[in-house]
Design a protein. Structure first.
Length: 194
């Protein structure tokens, strides 16, 4: 059973799908910590309801990224966390955490990377009048959504799509794909570090 921490900044719908897979024993994991950088995020209520330990911080209260990542790292190591699962965490992971968890940080992104990295990937796809977008699960490196791709699945964009309608279809894929890919990775004896 892998001990994981989930990093999230918002609603936590991918957090919820991973928790459901854990509860059904589809994923052999123990979620040991939620790391959140937004005190108003709904994901905090989700975690509280499940009794999951939380570390919530305000980045502005720290001198720099290194300072708050050192505190996060203390929490991760204290909980014996083996893997970091990013689920809508809206910050780049810095060297402090990357050094300790290299090859063991996984992210999900709402586009077919390398297309539309960074914030507002769904809006970027619509603005570009793309015919398709999708979902990418990838390892995290120092770049913005640049780590090795683990899995991708495409989502067609229709002419009448809005951000909301496209987001809903993308999330359906995310909530199925992310837990299934994590299951595959954690079933392997050694996770391929790309």
């Amino acid at each position: 059973m892998k001990k994981i921490a989930i990093f999230a900044s918002g609603n936590g719908s991918n957090f919820h799908s991973i928790m459901e897979a854990e509860a059904k024993k589809e994923l052999k994991i123990k979620t040991s910590l939620l790391v959140c950088d937004h005190h108003e995020a709904y994901v905090l209520q989700r975690a509280q309801g499940l009794g999951i330990p939380i570390f919530c911080f305000n980045p502005r209260e720290y001198e720099d990224k290194k300072a708050y990542e050192e505190v996060i790292l203390e929490h991760l190591l204290a909980e014996g966390v083996e893997y970091l699962i990013l689920a809508g965490y809206m910050r780049l992971i810095g060297q402090t955490i990357l050094r300790e968890y290299e090859g063991r940080i996984i992210n999900i992104h709402p586009s077919l990377l390398p297309a539309f990295p960074g914030k507002d990937a769904i809006g970027q796809a619509l603005d570009a009048k793309a015919k398709e977008t999708g979902v990418t699960v990838h390892y995290v490196d120092e770049g913005m959504d640049t780590g090795p791709v683990i899995a991708q699945e495409s989502v067609r964009i229709y002419e009448n799509d809005t951000e909301e309608s496209l987001k809903k279809r993308i999330q359906i894929v995310e909530h199925r794909l992310y837990p299934s890919i994590l299951k595959e990775l954690f079933q392997q004896e050694h996770v391929n570090i790309g």
